[in-house]
Design a protein around this ligand. Structure first.
Ligand code: TRP
Length: 322
């Protein structure tokens, strides 16, 4: 039997090629080897997005993205977190097992406090809700970025705590760390991130993509000068989008003979080529939101079936039924 894999893609902002390379691209591969559950954590997004229309819009954008990258809704269960409210009930039950100091040590929470962000109770409890997401579906494998590793560890701790207290019913989940998430370079050479305003949108038009690529920051070496590919922000993206011609480009950098303008033109073309199909599919889905909603509802139905069985078992174990 295939192992079950789960991950969530938070609807908190416009999706860029860093997200695509880091997380989205690999989701399709998981479909072959695992029984995959991919969901949109809109309850989690509520800790930071306070505008109803915006949250609804961003949620639909993620749903369309998951379909546009080619996930097969017959193989992968695609759903919205809030369509399975049982996770909130489980979160409460877990809250009563979880110790405050353990959550106070969580990086994301400490970081939010240090940066004077909106530290609401939801944000504090974020890892417990995430543990519920993972454990309620009996998941074995959780692919996440490095920044989420601690959250999966907390999920494991909670599973163990529950199992010790009430008997073994939860699987201890294992993370897969997606290293690339951290290392995608933005237009200015910093990590690609919405907050640095240095992103290329996954659904930017080809014209906008080209314009942005042409604005990538470089040093002022001339075309004939020898260049170090490792120090070049354009080359950092070639590594992901120009795999077929990477050695050739690298050689031209090292020997001299390729200017930054030429390098950018090649990169823009390759990005646009790789994303063309996904962008077309997204446009079709924009015109067919009814279909997208249908996929989410049918995914939720399947996910909820698993969750209701689990929550019933939990209720019995903790003494909430007679
Ligand atoms: N916290 C994750 C992130 O920000 C999203 C998420 C929520 C998640 N619940 C999850 C990921 C459960 C994996 C499993 O990326």
């Amino acid at each position: 039997m295939k192992k079950r894999l789960i991950t969530g893609f938070k609807p908190t902002g416009d999706i860029h090629i860093g997200n695509y390379l880091g997380v989205l691209k690999s989701l399709k591969d998981y479909e072959k080897d695992y029984e995959t559950f991919i969901f949109i954590p809109d309850y989690h997004a509520l800790t930071s997005v306070k505008d109803a229309d915006k949250l609804a819009h961003l949620t639909m954008e993620v749903a369309k993205t998951l379909l546009a990258i080619g996930l097969d809704s017959k193989k992968t269960i695609i759903f919205k977190q809030s369509d399975v409210p049982e996770v909130c009930e489980l979160t409460w039950i877990f809250n009563c097992l979880m110790q405050m100091p353990a959550l106070e040590r969580a990086h994301a929470y400490k970081d939010a406090v240090a940066k004077n962000k909106d530290v609401n109770v939801g944000l504090f409890d974020y890892p417990v809700l995430m543990a519920s997401d993972i454990l309620i579906y009996n998941s074995n494998i959780v692919p996440v970025g490095k920044d989420q590793k601690q959250h999966v560890e907390i999920a494991r701790d909670i599973a163990q705590k529950f199992n010790n207290q009430y008997g073994e019913i939860f699987i201890l989940p294992q993370e897969i760390i997606q290293e690339e998430v951290e290392t995608i370079t933005g237009l200015d050479g910093q990590k690609m991130s919405k907050s640095y305003n240095n992103v290329i949108g996954l659904f930017d038009s080809e014209e906008v993509t080209t314009k942005k690529v042409m604005s990538i920051v470089t040093d002022s070496l001339r075309p004939e000068d020898k260049k170090d590919p490792k120090k070049c922000n354009i080359f950092a993206l070639h590594k992901h989008f120009s795999k077929d011609s990477l050695l050739k480009i690298e050689k031209k950098y090292q020997e001299g003979g390729m200017g930054y303008k030429e390098s950018k033109e090649i990169l823009a073309e390759n990005i646009n080529k790789e994303l063309r199909e996904i962008r077309e599919k997204k446009k079709e889905l924009d015109k067919n939101e009814k279909y997208v909603k249908k996929v989410l509802k049918s995914g939720a139905k399947k996910a909820r079936k698993v969750a209701t069985v689990k929550i019933e078992e939990v209720r019995k174990r903790v003494g909430l039924t007679n």
